[in-house]
Design a protein around this ligand. Sequence first.
Ligand code: UDX
Ligand code: UDX
Length: 467
Amino acid sequence: MEKKLNKNICCIGAGYVGGPTMSVIAFNCPDWQINVVDINADRIRSWNSKDLTKLPIFEPGLDKIVKKCRDVNLFFSTKIEENIAKADIIFLSVNTPTKKRGIGAGYASDLKWIESSARQIAKFSEGHTIVVEKSTLPVKTAETIKTILHSFEQDDFISLGKKKKTFSIVSNPEFLAEGTAINDLLNPDRVLIGGEDEHSIKLVADIYKTWVSPKKIISTNLWSSELSKLVANAFLAQRLSSINSISALCEFTGANINEVSGAIGADTRIGQKFLKPGPGFGGSCFKKDILNLVYLCRFYGLNEVADYWEQVVNINLWQQNRISSLIIKNLFGTLSNKSLAIYGFAFKANTNDTRESPSINISKNLLQEGAKLTFFDPKVNETQILNEFNEFLYEGNIKVKDTALDAAKGTDAIIVLTEWEEFKYLDWHSIFKIMRKPAWVFDSRICLDQKHLKNIGFKVWTLGTTD
Ligand code: UDX
Ligand code: UDX
């Protein structure tokens, strides 16, 4: 049964995906009311904070949009039930972490939050509701959501006297990259909408058409849309594992990885983007999504395909481990009684997100060798860093400092693991003076001026070069 369009959207999950995505929709669609709901009351409180530097997510440009739209047509609350009831369209943006136990542990996504959200929608929605999968999900998740929702359609139909509920499921995966989320949302390469009924696809497409060219809006069937999201992330990650594997070869052959990356990327069939070598990819998506793909392939007996994609994740871990090993090797094979400064804890620049950050694994390897570590990251706070190392903490072996200079004091080496722009412009002369000699810089992001550092007196290791 059709309900009169209230122009009302509810988004379940006020995280890195739900928050920025809904803010941009609210900004472009002033005639729609957007309610972002979350079970985490602290997170909602932060979203409603008067001080815009206290938003739970740091994302360039987000604060300005929130300032303009919040409490106008964008609302953050914990009132899940009433906002589900009012909504024409409900976006599911809850987290889908890799399962830690049971069937598929270590590979498959844990869909418990998707399932509980679907049950809430089934219970509290009214009339016709379009349910949009925004979270990245294993292929065929829409089937699970449909089964839950349709069983409630039946229940309601049977319990006489109530208005019949109906649902359509649409897949509309997010392609935003953290740090550039607002720009990615405002100027997307494409918007993908997969579904089974034209009406629902059109309604969701009409929202995006207020600021995205119709040429960029692709509609597919549900399963193509779900699979395309996993494959897009797998291809992106594959490029990184490919270039990172070659960075190791450069270090033996005298080739320079930046030159190689520039030369191959000049071929328009390959392209320049996403070829920047580094300490391996992090973030909440790449590893999780590839492992999901691997699980799916094994489930259907495609073991060779599964092994092929799993290698992308293996090389990523190998890159992190080899960087840790060569730091140890260069520091005379032992880190006992040595202090190292870790510059950068976020998984990439311009975000405060540390999920799957290469800094975590590399730091753990160094701690295991007995190193003392001092961290500095411009956007990641002390608690967030210390939480990652609970099992390694003893006698102040891990410290977090507010400035790069403080973090460097008395250390033997600086390990650059996130490419924060400000690292380029640090007062490296002053840093050198307060370090123990020989003073090392290990630049895993190739973001510093190697020549300048060497002139000051540093010993420098830069990823993918023999210089
Ligand atoms: C997550 C996934 O990591 C990503 O793969 C997917 O594409 C989108 O969802 P993200 O937004 O980064 O991305 O996750 P997170 O920042 O953890 O936010 C999820 C939010 O959902 C949390 O604030 C959590 O409290 C909330 N949530 C979870 C609910 O409101 N209800 C639930 O039942 C479960
Ligand atoms: C990714 C996808 O890009 C996005 O489309 C999807 O929706 C979510 O997952 P995100 O993880 O936020 O986005 O950031 P991304 O820019 O893709 O970076 C992922 C990791 O790869 C980071 O650790 C980054 O430092 C690394 N990276 C990226 C490189 O090492 N080199 C590059 O050239 C690009």
